[in-house]
Design a binder for this molecule. Sequence first.
Ligand code: SF4
Length: 343
Amino acid sequence: MSLKTRAHSKTEKSNLSPMQASTSTMIDHQPRVGISQCLLGDEVRFDGGHKRDVFLTDVLASFVEWVPVCPEVEAGLGTPREAMHLAGDPAAPRLLTIRTKIDHTDVLQAFSQRRAKELHECDLDGYIFKKNSPSCGVHRVKVYSEKGHPGRQGTGIFSAAMQEAFPLLPVEEEGRLNDAPIRENFIVRIFCYRRWKTQIQQHRITRGMIVDFHARHKYLLLTHSRSHYHDLGQLVAKAGDYTPSDLATRYGALFMEALKNKATVRKHVNVLQHLAGHFSKQLSPIERAELQETIQDYHQYFTPLAVPLTLIKHYVRILAVPYLMDQVYLNPHPKELMLRNHV
Ligand code: SF4
């Protein structure tokens, strides 16, 4: 099967600082992200149009490889085609054309099973679906009752099959990506998933490798879920009780589950204070006060996360704090995306 990709990185490793390089070289290639094809500007919609999303095509495209899929076109329904919606039981809805009531459920389901198997070969790191679509929508897709009343509890047929086939895969809708914290969280997840898979695919799995991976993700995990970080720590502490591959399976599943929890300002402030604690004794009283002020300004929403983090990264670099230099939290995704200027 040919892998259809759209973009290549503009980020050269030689332009990276040593601290950036230490985290980015843990990825063997750009994250590979499945996407509803209409979001890239391809005219595959029922009306022959598209739903090009500028952030995806003009910004994120430089940092990922797209794997575009239009399930309705690939299943043979053609373009243009009659508009469809979901109807019946929200837990097992039917996909019907709106005017002629033709039922395409079986065609779409058979296609979805087949395509999900093919997509295993693509080694996807994330998926961005078109919102509200009866095939691609993830959240609150309209499902019509027999009387024609819409309820918003459905999931698109293809999107449901993909989520079942790839339970760890980070999945989002393009509409939700307009929310800065959701966007940052999703992109953290796809880069983390790529990093984790690079570790277990490129190296012989050892318990030491998993312990090291856990240590480097400590502060990132703490901004998402303290309880998951604790549980992952317990798992790593009992590494000897498992075979390395069993440990990797358990760790990978819990790690990706942890990252589903959204990072909050409060959790970031906690982590920033921990990071500062590693080197604050080496700062002058004025430097210490200035660092505290930037953290408090962020806490009170006067400045974005990028401000205190830039200062912390500066001190980590000039004071050469080795444990922190390896922390993925400081550079979880390419800085050119400027995601932390908006959270
Ligand atoms: S929402 Fe999905 S099925 Fe509809 S046009 Fe876009 S890619 Fe195709």
